[in-house]
Design a binder for this molecule. Structure first.
Ligand SMILES: Nc1ncnc2c1ncn2[C@@H]1O[C@H](COP(=O)(O)OP(=O)(O)OP(=O)(O)O)[C@@H](O)[C@H]1O
Ligand SMILES: [Mg+2]
Length: 303
């Protein structure tokens, strides 16, 4: 784990809709509330869910006169060029520019990647200090990491994505001798126990051992996430605030607890960054007086 520079958390999984963007947003907001300096990068240039989540937050905060913590956010330009390779080159340049801008001035950098393999997705993975792979609770989702034996739940051959992570780990080790802490986080866990669920549980644990990853306690299937996205809120925001919509129900409080447990399970280097926290807290309180602490950076196009 790096002592200096931003600790990089990457959300990755080639399976669409597994909860990467939702988790990226929640981790960023949690760390902001802890007083850390947090930057976010949305590498998903097609869907831009994280970018939209943050924009929804800015819009809601503005229209309801709420002062909410916000990350310094970067997103890729929508590629308009005719040449695919030219567009890729531009994306690489702006990504590199964003990373170098935040590296020394932030405690955490949270990167959300798309549900498909691009060169930029690979690069982002090799920068990860912590890689979080949310997995929906089904055998189908485990297939994104390895082919699972339907009878025993045992992992068979590794998938494309698992090999991508293995390569990123090797690259990372060769470049700066650092390891990537890979955490598999179960998501949308059904409240009803079933044989299938038990198979998934066994499958994930065996897979994690095989992949050199850890398994984190996951997040249940909860309707609140549908309501949070349009208003740009997280379970870490004061959901009992009338401006947010009185959403402090039992189920939502459970969602809060589960996300909190997930953050703890990530073992993020919060204590060695605590010295910066005081300064960040001061900035944050100052920002409450002056307006939201946010900059939505459209990454500049290279000339
Ligand atoms: N624990 C949960 N309970 C219920 N719904 C959830 C949960 N986590 C995420 N969702 C919902 O699942 C959908 C997909 O989530 P999200 O966009 O975060 O996935 P993703 O992995 O980023 O998808 P993509 O691969 O398309 O980028 C969203 O509608 C989100 O609100
Ligand atoms: Mg996404």
């Amino acid at each position: 784990m790096r002592e200096n520079g931003a600790h990089v958390i990457v959300l990755g999984n080639e399976k669409g809709g597994s909860g990467k963007s939702t988790t990226a947003f929640h981790l960023a907001i949690y760390l902001l509330y802890q007083g850390f300096r947090v930057a976010t990068i949305d590498v998903d240039s097609r869907q831009q869910t994280l970018t939209q989540y943050i924009r929804n937050r800015v819009a809601w905060a503005k229209s309801h006169d709420l002062k909410l913590p916000l990350s310094t956010h970067y997103h890729l330009p929508v590629s308009t060029g005719d040449s695919v390779s030219q567009n890729h080159r531009e994306e690489f340049e702006v990504f590199g520019h964003a990373v170098s801008e935040v590296e020394d001035d932030f405690d955490f950098l949270v990167i959300d990647t798309p549900g498909f393999d691009t060169n930029l997705t690979r690069l982002a993975h090799s920068l990860a200090d912590t890689l979080v792979t949310p997995l929906n609770d089904s055998l189908l989702d485990l297939n994104v990491l390895a082919r699972i034996d339907p009878e025993s739940g045992e992992p068979r051959e590794l998938s494309h994505y698992a090999r991508l992570v293995q390569r990123a780990r090797k690259e990372r080790l060769a470049i700066d001798g650092q390891t990537i802490d890979w955490v598999l986080a179960r998501n949308r866990i059904s409240m009803l126990s079933s044989r299938n669920m038990r198979l998934v549980q066994t499958g994930i644990e065996q897979l994690a051992t095989r992949l050199g990853a850890r398994v984190a306690n996951g997040i249940g299937e909860r309707v609140i996430f549908r309501s949070l996205f349009p208003i740009g809120m997280s379970v870490f925001d004061p959901l009992d605030d009338p401006g947010i919509g009185n959403m402090a129900t039992m189920s939502n409080m459970s969602a809060h607890k589960e996300y909190r447990a997930l953050v703890d399970a990530l073992h993020l280097p919060v204590s060695n960054r605590a010295k910066n926290r005081k300064e960040a807290r001061q900035l944050w309180s100052k920002s409450r007086e002056e307006g939201p602490l946010v900059f939505d950076h459209m990454m500049p196009k290279s000339s």
